[in-house]
Every structure is written in C-alpha cells, then in structure tokens.
Design a binder for this molecule. Structure first.
Ligand code: IPE
Ligand code: IPE
Ligand code: MG
Length: 616
C-alpha cells in the first residue's frame, strides 16, 4: 500500500476546508507529517477526513516549529539564527491566534484547526517554552529528567490528539478530565507516551547525533558503560548494542502494558491498535540492527507494514461506514470571493452565522444615578484602577477572602456599565499581579476561575466593549490564556470602551519582555538600535495601542501602585480611595473622573497664568 502523494480534494472539502490558501497550509502540514511521521501519517489515513486533516495540522506544525528549534549546529554549537527564527515564529503565532488568522501557511492551518476544534493553545505554549530551552541543546542527566520532559512536551500533545479522537465517539469530555478522575488512565497514558518516545529516541538517534544531541539520559549510558564520545563519533560497541536491545525491550514492555482506552468508536480502536502495532514493528527493526542506528533511521519492513495496514484500513472503513463520524467541525467558511486570505475567517467557526450581534446599551445604576457632564477637554481618556481591598472586605465580615473576589467581580461589572455610560474610551483594571502568585493555592484557584468568568459575563452581555489582555503567559493556566485570547478575538470589532484586563501583569515584567523582544530583533537585524524611540519601544508592550493613563485610581486604602503600568502611568493623576473594591460602583468612577476634571496637569511646564491683576 502506497500513501497517496496528493490527497483527493474531497478530503479538504469534507473537512470544511475551502480556501486555496488554507488548503496550501494543510498541504504543507500533510507533507511534513508524511516526511517525518511515517507511523502517524499511516494512521491518519485510517481516520475520517476532518480528523485526518486536524492530525496533519497538529503534527505537521509541531514538526515545522521543532525543525526551526533544533538549534545546535553540527559541532553542538548554538545557532542564534535558529533561536531567533523560533522566537519570530512563536510571536507571529501569538499575534495570528489573537487575530484568528495565519500569516504563513503552516500557522494558518494550525490556527484553523485550533479554532475549528476549540483546542486550548496552552499545550502549544508549553511546547514552545521547552523548544526555547532546547535551543542550547537538551541533555538529560537522569531518567527522571527525561520523564519530566516527556510529561511537559509530549504528553500534552498526545492528550490533544486523544481529545480529537474522543470526539469521534461523541464524547465532549477532555482526556485530562478522564485522567484526573481515573488514575489508572493517567498512568497508562504516561506509560504509552514514554514507550513511543523511547522508541523514537532510538530510531532518531542518527539525526540527533548529527545535531550534537544524545537523546538518552546520561544515567542510562553510564549504567550500560557506553561513552558519549563514542556515540557522537558514531562508533558502535558491544555495550551500545546491548543498551539498544535493552531499551527496545523496555519500550516493548511499556507498550504491552498499555491497555486500550475504554469506550472508543470501533474505528478509533482500530486506528490506535494499528498505531501500537506499527510501533512494535519499529522497535523490532531498531533492535534487529543496533549498530545501524548510529548512521540512519531504520525503515519499517514493507511487507510487515502492509500486512498490518491493509486489514486495518478495511476494518476502519467498515466501522466508519457502520458508525459514521458523528461530529461536524465548525460551519464551512464563507465563500472565497470575500477576502480569500483575509484575517479572521477561521473565527467564523465560532461566531453566529448571522455575524456579530449589535452591541446593547449599558443598563442604568439601580439608584437611578446618571453620569455627570464633564467638560470635554477635562475628561480622562484612560482610567486605570487597582481594584484592591477584596480580601480585607471579606475578612471584616467573617467571610472567606474568595467571597471578596466574587463581590469584587460584581463591582467591576457595574463600573464597566458606568464607563460606557460616561463615554470613557479606555479602562484598564489590575485583576491579578505577577506578585499575587504568592497567595494560598485555594485563593489562586478561585481567582483563576473568577477572572475569566467576569470577562465572559461582560462579553455575553454583548456590551460595546473591546476586551484586551495585558500580562505574561507563564504560570497562567492554559484555559485562562485560551479564554482571554478568545474574548479578545470575539470583541475585536467593538468600538466603544476598550477594557484591558491586567492578568498576571507586572509592570517590570512588561518592560523587560518588551526590551528582550526588541533586543532579539536588533540582534537578528530586524530592528535598528539607532531608531529606538519611546514610541517605537511602546510597540513592544502587551497592548501597544494603550494610550497614557490619565487617571490612576486605587481602592482599599493603600497609597501605592504595586508594579502597575509604570510605563503608561508616568504622568497619571493619582487618586486613592478608602472604599474597598467590593463596595465600589460606577458612582466612584464618575466621582473620580469629576475630581480629575478639577486638577491642573502641567506635564513639566509652568502653570498657565489666566489673567494678570493690574498693579495698584
Ligand atoms: C485585590 O484585593 C484583588 C487581588 C489582588 C487579586 P486583595 O485580595 O488584594 O484584597 P486585600 O488587599 O487583601 O484586602
Ligand atoms: C495589587 O494589589 C494587585 C491587584 C489589585 C490585582 P495587591 O493587594 O496585590 O498589592 P499589595 O501587595 O498590597 O501591594
Ligand atoms: Mg491587596
């Protein structure tokens, strides 16, 4: 059985992939999968078109990024060009994902798959982080380190693939949820991942050595009496050959120990069975000629491969015929006549067919209070708030601190309505600082739940609010990142208030990250150090379009800014209120804006003299 060189266009049509540019992206991913993942590609052909194309996008894109990041040169030296390319790819991916588009073919297909299947981007970011570290050439001292690496990089990827397969059974549960509830499943999954990646470490040995990497833990080499230098010089020894046989045995035992996952679509069961059988075949081929592994990757024996795949294909086709694939991915894209490659088309999978709904007006405050009229030139454009005092408010009432955060969320909703009523352009709120990770786990958990919930509430209310997120990804749970990016996408066409949620925000972290990106671009020749101005630098901040803060308000009685917006608020008027945040509402915002209107801002100049009194 030969893999078809070019898939019938029907595969893409039946996957809801229409635009020519998008198809090119999927084609690039398919080719990368076929070239680098012989087994994955063969198994993808056992899946129905929507799952097949999604597999190509996930696998192919990861291989494309991985290729960029194999940063050690032949002599094991770091190649800064590759690290810079990786960084550029990741940062373009972030921008593209925010905007729901793809500015190169592979990213286009990957983002299309993520949006179509609503996959959380968190696992890719973990992967990117690890690839960044790989840029110096990864070495594992112990099996424990090797396992940790797998659990960070490979397990999440396998879980995402499993999540797609689970959907073929009609289950909407995520594999993580099953694994969390059934510890045996979690262990089985980890064991399977380790079996697969140990096998790959053996079969990819020659490629890795070519880049100066030894993909096996030093501990394993030491125990077997294998010298690293011999491996790098591709010298075989009896100890090395014995090590390969032992590792192949170990991987085979792990594979045999993995029970088939329960409750699967019969065709998915066939595909997974074929996958493990092909890995057994691969192990056999590796163990049969250990010395050859130092020079080339072993091919799967053609005859055995066919004996395995032909019946699997027939069985899978029969099973898909009897139990058709139950899920349709997102609705087909709009006709390619309108902006065929334009941004945001993939988001169509999530917006109602009729397009975004018109925004609704803010609801008035229950007291009947109306916003004051402020003189135009004295109205702040950008108000930033440190929403502080939730915990103390709750403690003073004998309530858990988390109740304070819940009430604080309600206060924010009211303040947003008030900001719309008074016509404020930018409201930026400090919801969680980089320093707040020092809090107890239960409080962190509550905040990580509460924060996306408030934003979801505001988005669902369908107000004229454009949501932006300012903050660092690291340490934020993947689903929180996913939701914040999604809310940004869903509201990007709103023109009323821009609400910037500072979540995992630290002012110094923001400036440092901007400086690091700029430095990387300068090193790569993409930015001119001589042209760095304040304006140019600000383009690297989390939300570049954010104007200077006019009024910075802090509730809760403390008089400090706690690492909030140091770049943007250098000339802000400061106002500190004793009111704890849960007790604040839109009237406090309006009052504060009124006070602002009465202040004189000089920006370093001398006060304007309105009229000179005549000398007596
Ligand atoms: C502000 O309230 C909300 C966050 C920092 C997340 P706090 O939780 O800091 O409340 P206090 O300052 O302890 O009262
Ligand atoms: C600032 O409040 C951060 C937020 C409101 C999210 P904190 O309560 O964390 O600040 P400190 O610790 O009192 O400075
Ligand atoms: Mg506080």
């Amino acid at each position: 059985m030969r893999s078809p060189a070019v898939p019938a266009p029907g595969v893409y049509r039946r996957s809801g992939i229409h635009g020519a540019a998008l198809r090119r992206g999927y084609e690039a991913c398919r080719r990368a999968t076929r070239a680098t993942g012989e087994i994955e590609y063969a198994v993808s052909l056992l899946l129905p078109p929507p799952l097949r194309t999604a597999t190509w996008a996930l696998y192919g894109a990861v291989r494309a990024v991985d290729d960029l990041s194999d940063a050690a040169g032949p002599a094991g030296e770091a190649d800064p060009g590759r690290a810079a390319r990786l960084e550029a790819w990741i940062s373009a991916f972030d921008t593209d994902l925010r905007e729901g588009r793809g500015s190169d073919p592979v990213r286009r297909a990957l983002i299309h798959t993520m949006l179509t299947w609503n996959l959380p981007p968190g696992f890719l970011h973990t992967l990117f982080e690890e690839l960044r570290q790989d840029a110096d050439g990864r070495q594992f001292a112990t099996w424990q380190e090797w396992r940790h690496y797998n659990s960070l990089i490979n397990t999440p990827l396998v879980l995402r693939a499993s999540s797609l397969l689970l959907r073929a059974t009609g289950l909407s549960t995520e594999p993580e949820a099953i694994a969390a509830g059934v510890p045996d499943v979690a262990v089985a999954c980890q064991t399977a991942v380790e079996a697969v990646y140990l096998t790959d470490a053996l079969v990819d040995l020659s490629d890795d050595l070519g880049r100066g990497h030894v993909p096996l833990p030093q501990e394993a080499l030491d125990e077997a009496g294998v010298r690293r230098a011999d491996l790098l010089a591709r010298r075989t020894t009896p100890a090395f050959e014995e090590l390969v046989r032992r590792l192949a045995d170990r991987a085979r035992t792990w594979l045999d120990r993995t029970p088939p996952p329960p409750a699967l679509h019969p065709a998915v069961g066939v595909a997974l069975g074929a996958y493990t059988d092909l890995y057994r075949l691969r192990l056999k081929a590796a163990a049969a000629a250990p010395a050859a592994l130092l020079h080339r990757r072993p091919a799967l024996p053609r005859g055995a491969r066919l004996r395995l795949l032909l019946p699997a294909r027939a069985k899978a086709a029969l099973a898909w015929g009897l139990f058709p694939f139950p899920v349709r991915p997102g609705p087909p894209e709009p006709a390619p006549t309108t902006t065929p490659e334009g941004p945001g088309r993939a988001e169509g999978a999530h917006l109602p067919a009729s397009g975004p709904r018109p925004a609704v007006a803010p609801t008035p405050h229950p007291s009947g209070a109306r916003p004051p009229r402020l003189p135009g030139e004295a109205t702040p454009r950008h108000v930033a708030i440190v929403m502080d005092g939730n915990g103390r408010w709750a403690t003073a009432r004998g309530l858990p601190r988390t109740d304070g955060h819940r009430r604080g969320a309600e206060a924010l909703v009211d303040v947003v309505h008030g900001a719309l009523e008074i016509g404020l352009e930018y409201l930026t709120v400090y919801a969680f600082s980089t320093e707040n990770w020092k809090r107890p786990a239960a409080e962190l958990q509550a905040l990580m739940y509460e924060i996306p919930q408030i934003v979801r509430h505001l988005v669902d209310e369908n107000l004229d609010v454009r949501v932006r997120w300012a903050g660092a990804r690291s340490r934020l749970p993947a689903d929180v990142v996913e939701q914040l990016l999604r809310f940004e996408r869903l509201t990007r066409d709103r023109t009323g208030l821009t609400l910037t949620m500072c979540v995992n925000y630290g002012g110094r972290a923001e400036i440092t990250a901007a400086a690091a990106t700029l430095a990387r671009e300068a090193a790569a020749g993409k930015a001119d150090p001589g042209a760095v101005s304040e304006h140019a630098f600000a383009q690297y901040l989390y939300v570049p379009e954010l104007p200077d803060v006019d009024l910075l308000l802090r509730t809760g009685g403390d008089h400090r800014t706690s690492n909030f917006l140091p770049w943007q608020a250098t000339y802000a008027e400061l106002l500190f209120l004793d009111t704890p945040w849960p007790e604040a509402d839109r009237r406090d915002l309006w009052d504060a804006m009124g006070q602002y209107a009465r202040r004189t801002r000089r920006y370093g100049s001398v006060p304007r003299v309105v009229a000179q009194a005549a000398a007596p």
